[in-house]
Write a protein that binds this ligand. Sequence first.
Ligand SMILES: [Mg+2]
Length: 233
Amino acid sequence: MSTTRTLLIDADDTLWENNIYFERVAGEFFHRLSAGGIPEPRAQEVLWQTEQRNIQITGYGSRAFCASLHETAQALGVTDLEPWIQQQEQTIFHHPIELMPGVAETLPALHEHNRLILVTKGFPDEQLGKLQRSGLAGYFSATEVVFEKSIATYRQLIAKYELVPAQTWMVGNSPRSDINPAKAAGFGTVFIPYHSTWQHEVEEITPDGETLLLENFAQLANHFTTQSIGKVK
Ligand SMILES: [Mg+2]
């Protein structure tokens, strides 16, 4: 059994900005629909329902999102937005990487004292492209691009990397994906709320298990850059 402390780290909206690019496109989408006479609340509701239905099949990322935009436009009887939607898919897929505050300074120190594994939802081409553009790939000993972050996903990681749950922490911005299922798998968790987390990822943090609440990524250095092994208090 390994005695190395491991930090599993989420990528989107934890290491770099992500949701803002989706929000910008959604905002422009609603604006264009409303110019065509479709009230924004109606368009929002149809998009939300469409995404909730599609996610289980299409997963996450720019392609899945834009497929839902196509479907929403169709359901609302709008056909002239197709080329625009296709264009937005490319824009989101290739968005510039803007690191979250403190990441560039803190990740090297975390790398020195922990084994770091990137755990992100989506599709490998899109997520690995962002990792490459971020310049952060060298700090991670492994990268996992997963379809969902469920308890089963975290249990698979325990087996694959011989993780010791008492010495493993999941760090992220999503209660639904990064915190609650990771705690259920026995990990410690670090919740770094993001200013604009997607509605789909929001849920109440379960009271059991351990969750450290931090204001920003830099604060990880206060807890995970000592040699101590296991739970930090
Ligand atoms: Mg995230």
